[in-house]
Design a binder for this molecule. Structure first.
Ligand SMILES: Cc1cc2nc3c(=O)[nH]c(=O)nc-3n(C[C@H](O)[C@H](O)[C@H](O)COP(=O)(O)OP(=O)(O)OC[C@H]3O[C@@H](n4cnc5c(N)ncnc54)[C@H](O)[C@@H]3O)c2cc1C
Length: 473
C-alpha cells in the first residue's frame, strides 16, 4: 500500500466521508433559521476561507478588504495540507491547478555547517524514485505536491470563491476600528466614518492586527525579529536533476538566509532574510544574493510599476494574549505569525480559518457548546503557534545538525504515525499533522451533533468517549 494512504488524515476522512466542493461542510449543522451577521476584516487567505465557509452554511457575511484585488502579497511557497483543505471544503483543487503555478514537491536546503544540499520531499516514494526520474516522469508520476504561487492570483481565487458562495465582498474599503459596547464587539467603524454592526467580528487583517492592537494584546517575540527583502526574476534556472523548478531552494548565508521560489514556468521569487532592522539597498541585496550562489542563469529582475525592483516586508514573530473575546475572533496572521523559514503562514491561515469557522458555527447553533468551541479554537491555535515557534527556533539555533532537526520534529508528534525522523519532519512542516488534528476536531463536532440529535445525554457521551480512549491505551 502507498505509504501516504496510511496517513491518519486519510483514515479519518474516510471515516466521515469525502465532503466535496458543494455539499455542506458541516452537514447542515446550522442551516436554516440562521440570522446571525458576521463582519470579516481582510480578504487574504484567512478572511476569504472563513467567510466562504460561513456563507455556505447560510450565515450573512460582509467582508471588508482595503485593497482592490488582485493585490501583491509576500508568502508564495505553500504546503500540501493547505491544498487538501481547500479542495476538501471548497472544491478549489482544479481552480488552483489551472493557474499556471509551479509545482512544489518539497524543498532543497543548503543549511548549517555542511554546504551539501539536502532534500526534503513530501512524497515518501520520491526518496526512492527521484534518482531514476526525469522531469516529465516526475510530473506524470502522481506524487504528492503543493504549489508555489503568485499570491495576487492565489488570493484572488479564494476571494472570488467567497463572493461566489454569497459573501458580500467590499473591496477598497478600510476598517478603522472595532465598535465596542458594554465590553462586547458589536461592529466596526470604516475609514469613511460609517459604522457596520454585526453579531460577530472576525479580524483577518493580517499583520495589521486591527483588533489585537486596538485592545493592546500583541506580544512580539524578541529574539525573532528580521527584515525580508525580495524581488522577481524572469528566466532563472532551477536545481539540478528532475526537481529543477519544481521545488523551493533555501540557502543560509552568514547574515541570514535566502529563498529561491519558482512561482510559474518563467518567474521566480528571490528573497533575503536578515537580522538587520533596516531596509536593504539594491547594492546590499545583490551582494547578499551573490553569497548564496542561486541558479539565476541569465534571468532578469522584473521592475515594479514605479521602476524599482525590491519589495520589503517586516518579518517579526508575534502572537496575542487572547485570540477570542466577546463578539470577536482573530484568525491567520492577525492572530499570530511565526518566521517564514518553514513556509507555514498560509497553511496556518487556511487551517485556522477552517477551525475558526467550525467554532463559530457551533457557537451560533448552541451558545453553551459555542463558548467551549471558541475556547478550543483558541487553545489549538496557541498550541500550534508554540509548536511552530519551537521548531523555527530550533532550526535557527541548531543549524549545525540536520538530523537533530528531524529528531526534534519526531519528538513533537506520535512516534507510530511515521517511519523515520525525516518523515516526522515532513509530516509536521507540511501541515499534515495539524490538518489531521483539524479533521479529528471536525469528526468530534459531527459526532456531538449526531448524539445531540439522538437525544444522548452529554455526560453519558463523555463517559463513552473516556472508555473508548482508555481502551485504545
Ligand atoms: C518575508 C515573508 C515571507 C513569507 N513566506 C511565506 C511562504 O513562503 N509561505 C507561506 O505559507 N507563508 C509565507 N509568509 C506568511 C504569509 O505571507 C502569511 O502568513 C499569510 O499571507 C497570512 O494570510 P492572512 O489571510 O492571515 O493575511 P494576509 O494575507 O496579510 O491578508 C490580510 C488582508 O487584510 C487586508 N487588510 C489589512 N488591514 C485592513 C483593514 N484595516 N481593513 C480592511 N482590510 C484590511 C489586507 O489588505 C490583506 O489583503 C511569509 C511572510 C513573510 C513576512
Amino acid at each position: 500500500m502507498h505509504a501516504a494512504e496510511l496517513r491518519l488524515g486519510l483514515r479519518l476522512k474516510a471515516s466521515f466521508g469525502e465532503e466535496g466542493g458543494d455539499s455542506p461542510a458541516w452537514c447542515g449543522m446550522i442551516r436554516g433559521g440562521m440570522e446571525q451577521r458576521v463582519v470579516v476584516v481582510g480578504g487574504g487567505p484567512a478572511g476569504s476561507v472563513l467567510a466562504a465557509l460561513l456563507a455556505r452554511e447560510g450565515v450573512r457575511v460582509t467582508l471588508f478588504e482595503k485593497e482592490r484585488f488582485p493585490r501583491h502579497h509576500v508568502g508564495e511557497s505553500l504546503q500540501p495540507a493547505t491544498i487538501e483543505l481547500l479542495e476538501h471544503y471548497l472544491g478549489l483543487g482544479s481552480a488552483l491547478a489551472s493557474q499556471g503555478f509551479a509545482r512544489k514537491y518539497g524543498a532543497v536546503y543548503v543549511w548549517g555547517e555542511s554546504r551539501e544540499p539536502w532534500t526534503v520531499l513530501f512524497d515518501e516514494r520520491l526518496e526512492r524514485d527521484l534518482e531514476r526520474l526525469d522531469e516529465a516522469q516526475l510530473l506524470a508520476g502522481g506524487y504528492d505536491h503543493a504549489w508555489q504561487v503568485l499570491r495576487e492570483r492565489f488570493d484572488e481565487v479564494l476571494l472570488r470563491e467567497a463572493e461566489r458562495r454569497g459573501v458580500d465582498v467590499r473591496e477598497g474599503v478600510e476598517v478603522d476600528a472595532p465598535v465596542v459596547e458594554d465590553g462586547r464587539v458589536v461592529g466596526v467603524r470604516l475609514s469613511t466614518g460609517a459604522v457596520e454592526r454585526a453579531d460577530f467580528v472576525v479580524d483577518a487583517s493580517g499583520q495589521r492586527c486591527l483588533l489585537g492592537r486596538a485592545f493592546s494584546l500583541t506580544s512580539v517575540v524578541p529574539d525573532m525579529r528580521a527584515t525580508a527583502c525580495y524581488a522577481y526574476v524572469d528566466g532563472a534556472g532551477g536545481v539540478p536533476g528532475a526537481l529543477g523548478r519544481h521545488v523551493q531552494l533555501v540557502v543560509t548565508i552568514p547574515e541570514g538566509w535566502v529563498w529561491f521560489i519558482p512561482v510559474s514556468a518563467a518567474r521566480t521569487s528571490v528573497g533575503v532574510v536578515v537580522r538587520e532592522r533596516a531596509k536593504l539597498t539594491r547594492q546590499r541585496f545583490d551582494e547578499l544574493l551573490a553569497h548564496a550562489e542561486l541558479p539565476l542563469g541569465g534571468g532578469e529582475f522584473a521592475t515594479r510599476d514605479d521602476g524599482s525592483v525590491l519589495h520589503h516586508a517586516k518579518d517579526w514573530s508575534f502572537s496575542h494574549q487572547r485570540v477570542v473575546g466577546p463578539g470577536w475572533m482573530l484568525v491567520g496572521d492577525a492572530a499570530c505569525f511565526v518566521d517564514p523559514i518553514l513556509s507555514g503562514g498560509v497553511d496556518f491561515a487556511v487551517r485556522g480559518a477552517c477551525n475558526g469557522a467550525l467554532a463559530l458555527l457551533t457557537s451560533m447553533r448552541d451558545e453553551s457548546a459555542g463558548a467551549a468551541a471558541l475556547e478550543r479554537y483558541a487553545q489549538r491555535l496557541i498550541q500550534e503557534y508554540r509548536a511552530y515557534l519551537r521548531l523555527a527556533r530550533y532550526w535557527y539555533g541548531n543549524n549545525r545538525s540536520v538530523s537533530g532537526l528531524f529528531w526534534e520534529a519526531h519528538e513533537q508528534i506520535p512516534a507510530d504515525s511515521v517511519s523515520t525522523p525525516m518523515r516526522a519532519f515532513v509530516y509536521l512542516t507540511s501541515g499534515q499533522y495539524a490538518v489531521d488534528a483539524h479533521y479529528r476536531i471536525f469528526h468530534e463536532a459531527q459526532e456531538q451533533k449526531i448524539f445531540r440529535a439522538l437525544g444522548v445525554n452529554r455526560k453519558a457521551l463523555k463517559r463513552a468517549k473516556d472508555r473508548r480512549g482508555a481502551s485504545r491505551d
